[in-house]
Design a protein around this ligand. Structure first.
Ligand code: SF4
Length: 448
């Protein structure tokens, strides 16, 4: 039996936080590999429990990763902040690699494009300790800029887009194993559930009820990364909830969907009703922005009844022209109505927040301020996020056209923590002030 070692690499960044962060794609692939007769090894560089010391677990299972300050890459030397490797120690990683020295292939995933140094280091160490084992790179970074990944990471193979089926086909080729294509999934319900038993210690679970998103926001890369929008059946989703709830005894589930509320009558509403009917006593969270336009009285009531605890709404801006430019998925009226319905259902103001974006190319500071004031006027929290130009998106191209960045910019300089410095060092201070302002306004909400 061939053995495939799956690796979730380190994060190299100025800041990182475990906000329900699990390598779900790899866990899906692990299940697929097992289904097709492979044995699977797994190294999670972001394992918070690897040191043997119990980490501080915050609300709903979130918390800090282990952090080691490291030398900054040359291109980031001028940034007046510490740069760190988040996750396990390198020595620990090497020990784990040696335990998996019987692997026949290694698959490394990747997430943010500006985290590529963590991927690079993993691949270097695999080359050093598991010589001659083919290395396959997949994930978001390798999908968005495969030419960069090929040059900098130098894996033996690159997989772009959703990986479950592609990896099975590729391994069949590499190992010259005949593949019965009829056994490959035809729909999302055919995918085996992700294999969470590989995770060393779980504090929460994550679930994906759909793939893709019908929108195409100007700053978002999902169209490149995911498959065309499709949803699992309600029964299949509920079966996974039930299975993992019983197996792991955990209450906190975070949805990874990009478009959880699309087709709400046939999707999220029956899912939430099903959880209630089956007495699956969960706390639900959505780190991704929820679509405010879909939150009518019925959905708001169901969310409250089914213990949907973390409610973060997509908003981005109160500027009508910008809303249209981004993709028109939400307007001020939608947000106000959703907030009213949620509060009528029983939510407290501090339970709800809305994302506001700052730093879009050409976006005036006054627009960000007005957007924050609008969100605050609804009595909910502001989640201020910094724009990061993702290669091949419309906003990336706009930033290039406006002369803010070069089309060949090193992904490290697109990091949202430092991107404001790229074209104007003064912006860093302006953004700091905006963050402080958001903090002050949110404090008022908490104290009301
Ligand atoms: S709605 Fe969200 S996931 Fe969909 S395109 Fe917009 S930002 Fe991306």
């Amino acid at each position: 039996m061939k053995k495939v070692l799956l690796i979730n690499p380190w994060i190299y960044d100025f800041t990182a936080y475990d906000l329900w962060s699990k390598p779900l794609g790899l866990l899906y692939i692990a299940s697929m590999l097992k289904k097709f007769g492979y044995s699977v090894g797994f190294i999670d560089c972001l394992d918070k429990y690897a040191t043997g010391v119990k980490p501080k677990v915050k609300q709903y299972g979130t918390g800090k990763f282990n952090r080691n300050v490291i030398e900054k890459p040359k291109i980031l030397k001028h940034i007046p902040r510490n740069y760190a490797r988040y996750g396990i120690a390198e020595s620990n990683f090497i020990e784990l690699l040696q335990k998996h020295s019987d692997s026949d292939a290694v698959l490394v995933t990747s997430i943010m494009t500006y985290w590529y140094p963590g991927v690079k280091r993993v691949v270097e160490l695999v080359r050093e300790h598991l010589a001659d084992v083919p290395i396959i790179l997949g994930g978001i970074y390798s999908t968005i800029i495969p030419e960069h990944a090929e040059k900098i990471i130098q894996p033996d193979y690159i997989i772009t887009g959703p990986g479950e089926i592609k990896i099975i086909r590729l391994l069949s080729e590499i190992f010259d194993i005949s593949l019965d294509e009829s056994k490959l999934p035809q729909s999302l319900d055919d995918y085996p559930f992700p294999d969470f038993s590989l995770i060393n210690h779980l504090d929460y679970l994550v679930i994906l009820t759909s793939r893709g998103c019908p929108y195409n926001c100007s700053f978002c890369a999902q169209k490149m990364v995911s498959m065309p929008f499709c949803q699992r059946s309600v029964d299949n989703v509920l079966a996974e909830f039930e299975y993992h709830y019983e197996k792991f005894g955990l209450k906190d589930f975070a949805f990874y969907d990009d478009a959880l509320f699309i087709n709400k009558k046939t999707h999220i509403e029956p899912i939430l009703k099903g959880l209630l009917e089956r007495n699956i006593d969960v706390r639900l969270h959505s780190p991704n922005g929820l679509f405010a336009r879909q939150i009518d009285e019925t959905l708001a009531n169901l969310m409250f009844e089914s213990n949907f605890r973390t409610v973060r709404l997509s908003f981005e801006t109160s500027n009508l022209a910008r809303q249209k430019d981004i993709c028109s998925k939400v307007n001020n009226f939608d947000l106000a109505r959703a907030v009213r319905n949620l509060m009528d259902a029983g939510y407290e103001p501090q339970d709800i927040s809305a994302y506001v974006i700052m730093g879009l190319p050409g976006q005036p500071i006054s627009e960000v301020e007005q957007s924050m004031e609008f969100v605050h006027s609804l009595g909910i929290n502001i989640r201020l996020t910094s724009f990061s130009p993702i290669h091949r998106t419309a906003e990336f191209q706009r930033a290039v056209n406006m002369g803010y960045i070069s089309p060949h910019i090193d992904p490290l300089l697109t990091n949202k923590s430092i991107y404001p410095l790229v074209d104007n060092p003064d912006k860093f201070e302006i953004f700091r002030q905006l963050r402080n302002r958001a903090g002050e306004l949110n404090k008022k909400i908490r104290s009301n």
